[in-house]
Design a binder for this molecule. Structure first.
Ligand SMILES: [Zn+2]
Length: 265
């Protein structure tokens, strides 16, 4: 079994402020270790479920956060900006059996995590076919676009609920809840155990989960914080300015969606 694990930081135990998530800031080192710990537990779960090949995609900010010796063997780590529109899912292809998300978080427009956003802080909301878009949904649909089912999600309670609604067979490990500028967190040891156990069950039963069905057509709308950015990006080929802060784009090809997300956010 071949497993793909995308790892973010704003949904791991503890992270509550941006300085805890930004390389170079003092609190970052502590939370980078936390991110690595949760990624490692998900890998252990996958290995216990029989995974023979695990690709971990470091998927936060610089995409180079996880210490290279933090993960159990045999795992391969993809770090750094690839420049490919799959971004947080770079490295996935049709040879994988299942995809998992670790440290994921509430989407732009949500108040369920003080660090809620979708891809960057440039948009206050992104909508796909009329529904608010999270990094989770973007990336789960990217996995589906290459025929890979999404089986496990850890992160804040909001994203875990979203993941269960996306696919009732999804295994989840909610490790924190946000409100206002605060987060309420599980003890790290409990979070580790929960992630490992749920990841193990998810990968063990991956064969029972079908890849999500992609809609035939996609309409994506980006509502920008800065109206000047909306005007500028309305010149992206095929895009149009819907109102002063909103750029809209329609296509029937998922790759067009991930491409415009890469260039506009
Ligand atoms: Zn992140």
């Amino acid at each position: 079994m071949k497993a793909f694990i995308s790892v973010d930081m704003e949904g791991v135990v503890g992270t509550t402020t941006w300085s805890e998530c930004e390389k170079g800031d003092k609190p970052y080192e502590e939370f980078r270790r936390r991110m690595a710990r949760e990624a490692a537990e998900a890998c252990r779960g996958a290995l216990e479920a029989g995974a023979k090949d695990i690709l971990v995609r470091d998927a936060h900010d610089s995409d180079a956060n996880l210490p290279i010796d933090a993960l159990p063997a045999p795992t391969r780590l993809l770090r750094g900006k690839t420049g490919h529109p799959f971004q947080m899912m770079s490295g996935i292809d049709e040879t994988f059996d299942a995809a998992a998300f670790v440290g994921y978080h509430a989407r732009a427009g949500s108040d369920a995590n003080p660090l809620a956003h979708t891809m960057s802080l440039r948009t206050r909301l992104i909508e796909l076919n009329g529904e608010p878009l999270s990094e989770f949904r973007l990336n789960a649909l990217t996995a589906a676009s290459v025929g890979v089912p999404a089986v496990f999600t850890s992160g804040d309670e909001f994203v875990c609920e979203e993941a269960r609604a996306f696919d009732p067979k999804m295994r989840v490990a909610p490790v924190k809840r946000g409100f206002g500028a605060a987060t309420l967190n599980l003890h790290p040891d409990e979070a580790d155990a929960l992630i490992r156990e749920q990841a193990r069950e998810a990968f063990r039963n991956a064969g029972d989960v079908a890849p999500a069905t992609l809609p035939d057509e996609f309409e994506i709308k980006f509502r920008f914080v800065d109206k000047r950015r909306a005007y500028r990006y309305s010149f992206y080929p095929g895009a149009k300015l819907e109102d002063a802060e909103t750029v809209a784009f329609a296509t029937d090809d998922w790759f067009d969606v991930v491409r415009i997300v890469m260039f506009l956010t």
